[in-house]
Write a protein that binds this ligand. Structure first.
Ligand SMILES: [Zn+2]
Ligand SMILES: [Zn+2]
Length: 460
């Protein structure tokens, strides 16, 4: 009895494994890009008999409001195994249930996208700037399967692809190990300017889509490399980037929407201003987003891991994840000599002013302000609110806390007389929660501060 039972379970295991391994194949094309449309196809194989529950995401990593990406999907068609007719039902606004598929489903739909930033997609004659949750439908129960993406660029467009997705032998085909990674991998398809360099044994790429000069592009890439070095200096090492590579995806064009969005091995940077008119402004965003490669992507709040694409993700740690990162934006620009002492001091004074004068502090703590993010981070609503009186951004408050903490640490040092700074606290968080990728909670920050200062009383 034992042996056949083992055989059967091995057989079942290998069937389950084959199902888990069957890749999901996506393709995207842009024949009607002038009207902001992309056509997407997705195919699933090795499905069980249950209806396939296809979803458009409602949220996107690093952005905390709900966005209802299903609203820009139309021309939905689905077929089953061998092209058979299937039954499609709509249990809610985000979902298409496909029944009677016989084990395979192919889906085609049109996506409208005219908002190129860190949350949405923007498709036009000049580029396809794709945020993945805004673009690609996925299916419940297939989240662990590997993903393949084929990008069909328009003939004669000169478009190429920049993304943190794994490259293949074909420059227009990419892979992801699973859905979480795929949806975290924004993709720029355009005729961009590219600069690559090596630092500490890893590759960096700037894919820059703009209308400025070669000189501006060179200056931008050089400054970005200086920011990379300043950030590495805080933590003492770079994160180990997946595939050994980090990509800056920048679109600085009048028809995009300004933003900066962190991802695991890349960042999206958009601005309506040019490099010539606002070099230091856009570099501040570069510094902010690159710091996130440590703080939030790997030093990860437990509340955001794994990211839930079906609902708003609430985190009480954004005062640390966003606020401390904001403080370091200015610190890096100053340390990389991109802003002078006076500008830096002015910015620090601004933070101190904003925090001390904000009435909102009477209503919520920094943790509670962080939990407001789903209502304030690119959220839209038609009814008025009283946020001018009751809210202080967790970015501002968090950078104020970082500034005050850094100054206090520098003034007082540790209990044994060692000099310490906020860099030591960040390095301790990196050692205990970043390298290990063990998500943290607020008491873990307190514990790191206690170890750095050797003063648990101060840390509380
Ligand atoms: Zn672009
Ligand atoms: Zn941020």
């Amino acid at each position: 009895m034992r042996f056949p039972a083992l055989l059967i379970s091995l057989l079942l295991l290998s069937v389950a494994e084959a199902t888990a391994q069957s890749p999901i194949r996506y393709a995207i094309s842009f024949a009607n890009r002038a009207h902001h449309e992309a056509v997407i196809t997705v195919s699933f194989t090795n499905l069980d008999d249950r209806p396939l529950q296809l979803r458009m995401s409602r949220s996107s990593p690093g952005r905390y409001a709900l966005h209802e990406f299903a609203k820009n999907v139309y021309n939905f068609r689905a077929t089953g195994e061998g092209g058979r007719t299937v039954t499609v039902s709509r249990p809610n606004p985000h979902q298409w249930d496909v029944a009677g598929h016989g084990g395979a489903v192919s889906v085609t739909y049109t996506l409208y996208g005219d908002h190129a930033d860190g949350t949405y997609s923007g498709i036009d004659r000049t580029h396809a700037h794709l945020n993945m949750p805004a673009t690609f439908m996925w299916a419940r129960g297939t989240e662990q399967r590997p993903i393949e993406l084929a990008v069909h660029v328009p003939d004669g467009s000169g478009w190429r692809v920049a993304t943190q997705l794994a490259a293949t032998d074909d420059p227009l085909r990419f892979e992801a190990t699973d859905l979480q990674y795929f949806l975290d991998s924004p993709t720029e398809v355009s005729d961009f300017w590219l600069r690559t360099w090596q630092f500490e044994g890893q590759s960096f790429r700037v894919a820059l889509h703009h209308e400025g000069s070669e000189t501006d592009a060179e200056q931008y890439a050089t400054a970005t490399a200086a920011i990379v070095e300043a950030a590495e200096h805080v933590f003492g090492e770079l994160p180990t980037f997946d595939h050994g590579e980090y990509t800056f995806l920048a679109c600085y064009l009048p028809w995009v929407d300004g933003d900066g969005m962190e991802h695991r091995n890349s960042t999206v940077l958009t601005s309506t201003s040019s490099l010539e008119s606002n070099m230091n402004g856009v570099l501040g965003t570069v510094a902010h987003e690159f710091f996130h490669a440590w703080n939030v992507e790997r030093i990860r709040p437990r509340t955001l891991q794994p990211f839930d694409f079906e609902r708003a993700n609430m985190s009480g740690e954004l005062w640390f994840a966003e606020g401390f990162t904001s403080y370091y934006d200015d610190v890096f620009l100053w340390r990389a000599s991109l802003i002078d002492d006076e500008t830096f001091a002015g910015r620090m004074g601004g933070i101190a002013n904003n925090v001390s004068n904000a009435r909102g502090r009477q209503f919520f703590s920094p943790v509670e302000m962080s939990r407001q993010a789903p209502f304030v981070d690119a959220a839209t609503a038609v009814d008025p609110n009283n946020r001018n009186n009751t809210f202080l951004s967790y970015y501002t408050w968090g950078s104020g806390i970082a500034l005050a903490l850094d100054l206090t640490l520098r003034a007082d040092g540790a209990t044994d007389g060692r000099s310490v700074t906020l860099d030591d606290v960040m390095r301790e968080m990196w050692r205990t929660h970043g390298v290990t990728e063990i998500p943290y909670e607020v008491p873990d920050v307190e514990a790191a501060l206690a170890r750095v200062t050797d003063n648990p009383g101060f840390a509380r």
